[in-house]
Design a binder for this molecule. Sequence first.
Ligand code: NAP
Length: 474
Amino acid sequence: MENMSFILFGATGDLARRKIFPALFNLYRNQKLPKAFSIIGIGKEELSNKQFQELVIDSLYEYSRHSVNDKAQKAEFVKSITYISLDITKETSYQKLLTLVKKVEREHNLQENRIFYLSVSPKLFNVITTNIKKSNLSNTSGWKRVIIEKPFGNDLKTAQQLNDIVQNAFQEDEIFRIDHYLGKPMVKNLLTFVSANPMLQPLWNKHMIANIQITANEEVGVGSRASYYEQAGAVRDMFQNHMLQLIMMTAVTMLDERNAIKLRAEKVQLMETIRVENQHDVVRGQYTKAPCIKGYKDELGVDSSSNIETFFAASLFIENPLWEGVPFFVRTGKRLNKKETKIVIEFKNVLNNHEKKTNSKPNLLTIHINPDYGISLQLNSKNPITGELETITMNFSSNDKDIPEAYEYLLADAIQGDLSYFTHWDEVELAWKSVQPIIENFHTNKIPLNFYQAGSNGPKEADDLVNKHGYKWW
Ligand SMILES: NC(=O)c1ccc[n+]([C@@H]2O[C@H](COP(=O)([O-])OP(=O)(O)OC[C@H]3O[C@@H](n4cnc5c(N)ncnc54)[C@H](OP(=O)(O)O)[C@@H]3O)[C@@H](O)[C@H]2O)c1
């Protein structure tokens, strides 16, 4: 692995504390960082190096997945961190940063390999990338990469504007757009799961699969994120990025996950053929109060007349020869009865009528993504005592606390320059193009806002969406 500098904008922020530093530390412990590296943390707050390193150590105790006593390792790890307080909206700050980066590179004997991680408000993405280029920070004799957090734009136009600016400073193969769902272990396992099991490959198509259901439900409400959520809603927050990515990762046939170029090209082809039939195939909802639970409109920071959706469901089709006619149902929402992210593949029931009478249930393959990690398979079997047909479920699941988090996988990939699990601009642009008409229909109220009680299953219209195709949500 080549040595490098990891330059973190937003080093004092929530994401850095909860995810980025713990992920970097776990990589360090597992010898997945280069032998020589430095981390340069940038925040607005005035802090000495020592004060900042102590903050990082605190965050490692709180959020690192390792509970072992590794005080010495933590102390050793933070020695590689240098902190600088800068106002990153000012052009002059970038000359100071360049001077520091060069000094650290000299002291640690590092090549000019630089990763810039933008863990800051999306409003700052433009100014940072513009100034990285202007200041010559990106003019390196080694490689350079930029990692950008979500959201990548707020609609098609702002995403295109942002992309123009980022691509002015970095080439497409230097841009690592984060969609942390792509780093979730079971999502990273999907391609291998199909490619390593020859019995599954012949089943992965419209001839054998009746429908695919993707659920990403949360029990929590909007919490402290009301100001962001009021601008976003479930479509921007979950569907445009994570849910569409899960659809594509389920539908790809490219089974060599380490071939980023081919994998991302196939996802682009899929995105080009994804179709939401019409506005009747989209359901939006908002949670209302329940005993002891506030409704969305009563949440702190939410406009009491807000018509932002906290729930979204849709049925989509991929119009290519492999998947045509197979509905992909998606649903996502807040304040639902169960926290669960999963993909359920329902196989066609090809039994003849006589066999169907025996009460058989469809074969279901479920990929459990969060909070459980695993796979289950529903089959029909004859009960050895009663002789009746019954449904049995084969389960593989793991609650192992040692499974790395998404950020750990994604950072390891970015450090190695592997773009497989980062989104290409073409995917992002096509995703915005397919979502834009839906958002516009929301604004003009062509798609009504339905209501569901907090803690329920979501609006009943989401059931109708699936029932009308002859199925039910699993
Ligand atoms: N937090 C999450 O769970 C989460 C999840 C998914 C995506 N994201 C994305 O990750 C990014 C960061 O989120 P966050 O929650 O970590 O935000 P945050 O807690 O508000 O942190 C923002 C960071 O930006 C720094 N900053 C702001 N203005 C600055 C300026 N003018 N000059 C220098 N530094 C400045 C802050 O420094 P000071 O603290 O010193 O002011 C702080 O370090 C956002 O794009 C967000 O959408 C976050």
